[in-house]
Design a protein around this ligand. Structure first.
Ligand code: NAD
Length: 494
């Protein structure tokens, strides 16, 4: 067992990055704990209203010059940021593991996905082009030009502390806007590290800022008349509230919410390839992923179900749980004691509701000696009904709920009883099954023989039903449209 070198040795005081300066907040501070070792790694502030307002004012001042900076020049700032991220790749990844708990491989994957957003946004001179048509009437031409709007707020969840704000921020600044990122108060260090690189890349002051805080900082940003719109990612109740609040103020919003993702296994699936994909889908990031598998829906007779489940539960029991900076570990801890308590509550509820706890992750088996505070091993419930709490609600932890269906149609009908629609995956060797599933299933991200249907940076990040409020999505061309106004010009020269 070798533990990689930790990039944070003494607790950091988290500052706000405002107007190109590192400002110490006068607000209250809370401790950020490394969830595996239960050591304090940072003290993070709840910024005051004045501090948030100051960032908004800095952005307002920076906007006119930034919007008139040629797109190709704006892209060069992103090229520099990308190079710095590559140079600091390993440190950025280890910080995610320290503040979130995920394994170092998962963190490296997150860093890579984040950098890809910067790469894609660097194509802004092409991505931001409008379109035109000559002679819409005799001697009259018409154009659509895409223009930035001003300042945008980005409000982020805890589960991907590095990547999620990058679904939006690079596109916002590439299109000529200013952004204010408000990270999750639970793990803000990654966004501070990005801001250090933004500073090193020499972005003009006020273009890319970070303010720390929780609900109050979010609402100050959403309500402020100089903030044009908000990109939010988090739980469904908050996403719904943020969307309504922004709408009431006449602002545009992307609000990505929670999930309860179904994974369907057909009797014709390639079992050898399916089981490893399911392990990553359900237990990767300790189940704290909006694209995690949550409900496994097995189609087929008893003999297929029983042999598949035997193999799957044995493999689940073998997952190596421990500190994410140990490269032999396959699953890290929950990010917080609250997150673990929430999962424990669901496990009790599942037992009370009559589901069969086939694998009980409360019996800890860890690689190495660590405080038990945030750790869980994988759990599996069988005989789950879609209306049980463990079948219906987002648990956000390493718990697999297993359901059954007689046919693919029955499986799709079952999926549709759930209010969420973030992702749904199918494992099958039949093209016909795959197409029927893709065609009919109401979920924004569909996987076919893929356990985590994560869209790449050049595609929109989908979401339907209670998992998404809005029209345009984050990432790629959708994000470019979200962060710009399509202005129409009709002209005739006499
Ligand atoms: P959360 O909703 O508790 O918090 C998200 C952010 O909103 C944080 O920055 C928080 O400070 C802020 N916030 C909290 N209450 C607020 C309020 N009333 N008004 C305004 N802002 C408020 O979510 P979380 O626990 O940090 O993240 C986990 C959730 O995020 C899960 O439900 C997960 O499925 C979801 N998620 C969704 C996606 C997606 O793409 N759909 C991606 C990642 C995570």
């Amino acid at each position: 067992m070798t533990i990689l070198q930790e990039p944070i040795t003494d607790p950091i005081v988290v500052r706000n990055y405002v107007g190109g300066e590192w400002l110490r907040s006068d607000g209250e501070y809370h401790d950020i704990m490394d969830p595996a070792r239960q050591r304090v790694i940072a003290h993070a502030p709840t910024s005051t209203d004045d501090e948030v307002n100051q960032a908004i004012e800095e952005a307002r001042e920076a906007f006119p010059e930034w919007r008139s900076t040629p797109p190709v020049t704006r892209a060069r700032y992103l090229h520099r940021l990308r190079e710095l991220m590559e140079e600091n790749f390993e440190e950025l990844s280890r910080i995610q593991t320290m503040e979130h708990g995920k394994t170092i491989d998962e963190s490296r994957g997150e860093t890579r996905r984040g950098i890809e957003q910067v790469e894609v946004a660097s194509g802004i001179p092409s991505l931001m082009m409008g379109y035109n048509l000559e002679d819409i009437a005799s001697g009259i031409d018409e154009y659509v030009i895409r223009q930035p709007l001003g300042t945008f707020a980005i409000i982020a969840p805890f589960n991907f502390p590095f990547m999620v704000p990058l679904w939006f921020a690079p596109y916002a600044v590439a299109t000529g806007n200013c952004v204010i990122v408000k990270p999750s108060p639970r793990d803000p260090i990654s966004q501070i590290k990005i801001a250090e690189l933004v500073d090193e890349a020499d972005f003009p002051p006020g273009v890319w800022q970070v303010v720390n805080g929780g609900t109050d900082a979010s609402t100050t940003l959403i309500d402020h008349p100089d903030v044009e719109g908000v990109a939010f990612v988090g739980s469904t109740p908050v996403a719904r509230e943020v969307y309504k609040r922004a709408g009431a103020a006449g602002k545009r919003a992307i609000a990505q919410g929670g999930a309860k993702n179904y994974v369907v296994v057909m009797p014709d699936a390639n079992t050898r390839a399916t089981i490893p994909a399911l392990l990553t889908s359900f237990y990767g990031n300790a189940g704290q992923r909006c694209l995690s598998g949550a409900n496994l829906l097995i189609v087929g007779d008893d003999s297929f179900h029983d042999s598949f489940m035997d193999e799957l539960s044995q493999a689940s029991a073998r997952i190596r749980v421990g500190y994410g900076l140990d490269e032999s570990v396959q699953m890290g801890p929950m990010q917080s004691p609250d997150g673990k308590d929430r999962v424990l509550g669901y496990i009790e509820q599942g037992v009370d509701d009559g589901a069969r706890l086939r694998l009980d992750g409360r019996s800890l088996d860890l690689v190495g000696e660590y405080p038990e505070t945030c750790f869980l091993n994988p759990s599996i419930f069988e005989d789950v009904e879609p209306d049980m709490a463990v079948g219906r609600e987002e648990i956000f932890g390493p718990v697999m709920s297993v359901l059954r269906a007689g046919t693919l149609q029955e499986a799709i009908d079952t999926i549709h009883t759930n209010p969420f629609g973030n992702s749904a995956c199918i494992f099958t060797t039949s093209g016909r099954n795959a197409r029927e599933f893709q065609y009919n299933t109401q979920a924004g991200n569909i996987g076919v023989n893929i356990g985590i249907a994560a869209p790449m940076a050049f595609f929109p990040f989908g979401g339907m039903k209670d998992s998404f409020f809005g029209t345009l999505h984050g990432q790629g061309p959708d994000a470019v449209r979200f962060f710009t106004e399509g202005k129409v010009v009709v002209q005739r020269w006499l």
